[in-house]
Design a protein around this ligand. Structure first.
Ligand SMILES: NC(=O)c1ccc[n+]([C@@H]2O[C@H](COP(=O)([O-])OP(=O)(O)OC[C@H]3O[C@@H](n4cnc5c(N)ncnc54)[C@H](OP(=O)(O)O)[C@@H]3O)[C@@H](O)[C@H]2O)c1
Length: 340
C-alpha cells in the first residue's frame, strides 16, 4: 500500500518519505481491532511534533507511519469487535492514540489497524473529509474542553484562537450551550468566526496588545470562562483584569510536551509568590471512540453546524500540507485525501 514513513527525525520535508510498497496490516483474527481502508486523514500540530521528537531507530518503530486522524470504512474486524462497527463497509472515524503513534502505526496510510475503542461510526450527514477532523483530535479536544468549561445561558466565554481546527468548533459548541461567545482571531478570519456563532469577534492585530483591549472591554462585566486554543501566557497572567474571580482559564496548549514550567507557574504557584489568582487548567486529550461519539451527538443535535475545512491536499502532498499547518494560519482543518 501507499503510506508515509518517518525516515529520520526533523521537519516534515526532511523527515518524511512517501512509499508505495508498505505491507498492508494483516486482517485481525483475534481481539477487537478493525482493519480500516482510509479515505481521508486530517493533520494536527502534534503530528509534526511527534515526527520531530520520536526516535526512528527503536526496534518496535522501524519505518514508522505518522498521523492520528482518519476516516474510512471497515474492511475486516476481529471476532470481539462491537457488532455496530464490525460489518465490512461500516463508515468509521477517530484518532490514533499515543501508543499507535509511538509504534508507528499512524493514519497516513491506505490501510490502518485500529483498536475498536478508538473508533465511532460516522453519521450519514457527514462526509469522510469532515469526519476526519470532527472525530479526530480537533473535534474530540473541542468536546472535552467545552464539557470542562460547562458554560450555559448567561455566561460569557472568550475563545482565543477561534479560527483554528479546535477553536472553530469550540465557538460553535459554546454558542449552542447558550453562552455569549467572544472569538479572538486575526482580521482575515473575523467573518468566518462570526458565521460560526460568535456574538462578537475581536481582531487581536488591530486591538493590540490584546490584554489591554480586554481589560478595557470587560472591566465592568468580566468574563466567566476563557478557552485558550492558541497558547498565550500574557492572556492568563493578566486575566484577573477581565476574568471573574471565580472564572476559569482553560488552555489546550502547554501540556507535558511543552515542559512543566507553565504548569507549575499557573497551577501551583501561590498568589503570595506571584501566582495569578485565577483557576488554571490544562486540558489534554486521550483520544477515544466514546469522545468521538459525543462529537457525533453534537453534530446530530445541531450544536456543531459546520466542519470548517481550510484545504484538502492529495495524499502525495502531505509535506506541503504540514508546512501549511506550521504557518499557524489554517482556517479550520487541513485534510488529506488518502484514497484515490
Ligand atoms: N491539549 C490537547 O490535547 C490538544 C489537542 C489539540 C490541539 N492542541 C494544541 O492546540 C493548539 C491549536 O490546535 P489547532 O489544531 O486548533 O491548531 P491550528 O488549526 O493550526 O490553529 C491555527 C489557528 O491559530 C490561530 N492563531 C495563530 N496565532 C494566533 C494568535 N497569536 N492569537 C490567536 N489566534 C492565533 C490562527 O488564527 P489567525 O490566522 O486568525 O491568527 C489559526 O486559525 C496547538 O498548539 C495544538 O498543539 C492541544
Amino acid at each position: 500500500m501507499k503510506a508515509w514513513v518517518v525516515a529520520r527525525r526533523g521537519a516534515p520535508r526532511h523527515a518524511l518519505q512517501f512509499k508505495t510498497d508498505v505491507a498492508v496490516p494483516a486482517a485481525p483474527r483475534t481481539g477487537s481491532d478493525l482493519l480500516v481502508k482510509v479515505s481521508h486523514a486530517a493533520i494536527n500540530p502534534a503530528d509534526a511534533h511527534f515526527i520531530n521528537v520520536l526516535p526512528t531507530w527503536l526496534p518496535f518503530r522501524r519505518a514508522p507511519t505518522p498521523g492520528m486522524d482518519f476516516a474510512g470504512e471497515v474492511v475486516a474486524a476481529g471476532p470481539a469487535a462491537p457488532p455496530e462497527l464490525a460489518a465490512p463497509g461500516t463508515r468509521v472515524a477517530g484518532a490514533m492514540g499515543v501508543a499507535q503513534v509511538a509504534f508507528g502505526k499512524g493514519s497516513l496510510a491506505e490501510y490502518v489497524l485500529v483498536p475498536a475503542h478508538l473508533v465511532a461510526p460516522v453519521p450519514a450527514k457527514l462526509s469522510d473529509a469532515e469526519a476526519a477532523g470532527l472525530f479526530g483530535i480537533a473535534g474530540q479536544t473541542a468536546e472535552i474542553v467545552t464539557a470542562a468549561a460547562a458554560v450555559g445561558p448567561g455566561k460569557r466565554a472568550l475563545v482565543n484562537g477561534a479560527s483554528g481546527g479546535v477553536g472553530s468548533l469550540v465557538v460553535q459548541i459554546l454558542k449552542a450551550q447558550g453562552a455569549e461567545v467572544f472569538g479572538v482571531c486575526s482580521g482575515a478570519n473575523v467573518e468566518m468566526v462570526r458565521r460560526l456563532g460568535a456574538d462578537e469577534v475581536i481582531d487581536y492585530r488591530t486591538n493590540s496588545p490584546l490584554e489591554a483591549f480586554l481589560t478595557e472591554k470587560f472591566a465592568t462585566k468580566p468574563l466567566d470562562v476563557i478557552i485558550d486554543c492558541a497558547g498565550s501566557q500574557p492572556l492568563f497572567n493578566q486575566s484577573p483584569k477581565y476574568l471573574q474571580p471565580a472564572g476559569r482559564f482553560l488552555t489546550i496548549v502547554g501540556g507535558r510536551s511543552q515542559g512543566v514550567v507553565p504548569f507549575v507557574q499557573h497551577k501551583l504557584l501561590p498568589v503570595l509568590l506571584g501566582g495569578t489568582p485565577r483557576r488554571f487548567d490544562i486540558i489534554g486529550l486521550s483520544p477515544a471512540g466514546a469522545i468521538a461519539r459525543q462529537v457525533a451527538k453534537l453534530v446530530e443535535d445541531g450544536s456543531i453546524k459546520e466542519a470548517p475545512t481550510d484545504s484538502v491536499f492529495p495524499f502525495e502532498e502531505v509535506v506541503e500540507a504540514m508546512e501549511k499547518l506550521a504557518t499557524k494560519r489554517a482556517k479550520g482543518k487541513i485534510v488529506i485525501k488518502v484514497a484515490a
